[in-house]
Design a protein around this ligand. Structure first.
Ligand SMILES: [Zn+2]
Length: 456
């Protein structure tokens, strides 16, 4: 049986000029809808002296102010009498989601049934681009409940003809695999590592489990960790990037960046000062805008929403998979980036050091790291804690050397601060289950800045 390569072929392979014209049309519908139905945007257009009808195409979005999670928090009770971002009447609200992020105060997010269908379509396109088809059985190792991703991924299965197995925290993976023979698992890269260990302990080799593909989401990862998980599971790991705000981007089987469903969400990359777009290829902040079609409704409409994540446009040319929708780099969270002596690095750099292939003979891949003041003035120490399979047998010196080499990579600025001694390292080799993050709930934080005066 021929398997379709596309979920929505006409849209996914539309020529660039047709796609741009469609995006501009959606921008006009969306801005008109915002001006009419969103209390926040109604007063926002008025107070900024902007005529909504003057916003004609996606370039015009640059002339509109940016909003952020803080704007949403300041526009909902108790700060305001009502939810100013809610852009439909209550009877049309299908679900309400609270997203807390890292700040603690939950943002309210309203979804209509149409929003659910649009989110599901984005995931359906991604799944099909990753080779999923009718008959696939997919375990979702993400919590349901407040999580929009797990729920809308599940909805996407309906149109493809897949079976979804809500796994939540994926308790008892050996039983799930033995009973239901899933062909794919969706989860975080660290979940895949833990599942592989749990399966091996139960006498099942992950590569012989029948799982044909893994879909990673929830957090970015280093290429080295993907390579290791692909080796362990004997199958490809495809990347996705999603959020409650509606960015659902997925890597196709070619792994040449994440395709952005351009007709359903608009994504701009801004310079770090958030003043202008950066040229394609340059890294900057992801700013998204909801897109809706003529006559469609939207529960929480966002224009120029600063996601706090960074990425770069890789290409707007047709991908070898045939899709024309633009491709972006694996996004990273700005909250996971630190600065030492003017040099930036992030969790992915630390992860690259941990996942040096030879290190994984001794390490499980689980790690956490803390930035603390060093002994010398201005000096900083990165305290790296790694989980070791057998603390007595580990090649500690080798792990340390390979970590530092992998961490520096090809970055001459990192090399300089390490060579100068401005950035030093200490290592802790924790026994299984011995990391701090195992005792904490919520999203694990793997690079924590504990210098004096830092916010974290
Ligand atoms: Zn592609």
């Amino acid at each position: 049986m021929a398997v379709s390569r596309y979920y929505n072929e006409d849209i996914e392979t539309a020529p660039r000029d047709a796609l741009d014209a469609l995006v501009d049309e959606q921008v006009r519908y969306t801005v008109a809808y915002a001006a009419e139905h969103s209390p926040f945007y109604r007063s926002w257009f008025r107070s900024h002296g902007i005529d909504p009808a003057s916003v004609r195409d996606h370039e015009d979005l640059l002339g509109l102010p940016l909003v952020s999670g803080d704007t949403i928090r300041a526009s909902q009770p108790p700060d305001t009498p009502d939810f100013l971002f809610r852009s439909v009447d209550w009877p049309e609200v299908f679900t309400v989601h609270e997203t807390s992020g890292t700040s603690g105060t939950p943002k309210a997010f309203f979804l209509t049934w149409q929003d659910w269908e649009r989110y599901a379509e984005k995931y359906a396109r991604a799944f099909v681009s990753q080779g999923f088809s009718k008959g696939d059985r997919v375990v979702i190792c993400f919590p349901y409940g407040r999580n929009v991703g797990a729920n809308t991924m599940t909805l996407s299965a309906r149109a493809i003809g897949m079976t979804m197995i809500p796994g939540g925290t994926c308790y008892a993976p050996a039983r799930i695999i033995g009973r239901y023979h899933p062909t794919a698992i969706v989860g975080s890269v660290f979940r895949f590592l833990a599942l592989a260990r749990e399966l091996s302990a139960a006498g099942i080799q992950p590569a012989e489990s029948g799982v044909k593909r893994l879909v990673a989401g929830g957090e970015s990862f280093a290429p080295e960790s993907r390579a290791y998980i692909e080796e362990t599971w004997g199958c490809p790991v495809h990347n996705t990037y999603g959020s409650t705000e509606g960015t659902m981007c997925g890597e196709c089987e070619r792994h040449l960046g994440l395709h952005v469903p351009e007709d359903l969400v608009h994504l701009d990359i801004y310079d770090p000062g958030l003043r202008s777009f950066v040229p394609d290829g340059e890294c900057g902040r992801i700013v998204l805008s909801t897109l809706i079609g003529k006559g469609e409704h939207c529960g929480t409409l966002l224009l120029n929403y600063d996601t706090g994540d960074s990425s770069a446009v890789i290409s707007r040319e047709r991908c070898p998979c045939g899709r024309t929708h633009l491709r972006i780099m694996n996004p990273t969270r700005d909250a996971e980036t630190v600065r030492v002596a003017g040099v930036y690095f992030g969790r992915i750099d630390v992860e690259r050091g941990v996942f040096q292939r030879e290190n994984l003979e001794d390490l499980t891949g689980e790690y956490e790291s803390f930035l603390v003041p060093g002994d010398r003035p201005g000096g900083v120490v990165l305290r790296v804690s790694v989980e070791v399979r057998d603390p007595r047998g580990a090649d500690r010196e080798g792990i340390r050397d390979r970590f530092i080499r992998g961490f520096i990579g090809n970055n001459p600025r990192l090399r300089k601060i390490v060579d100068e001694g401005t950035l030093g390292f200490t290592f802790r080799f924790a026994e299984p289950g011995g990391l701090e993050l195992f005792r904490l709930t919520g999203r694990p934080r793997r690079l924590i800045d504990r210098r004096e005066g830092s916010k974290t």
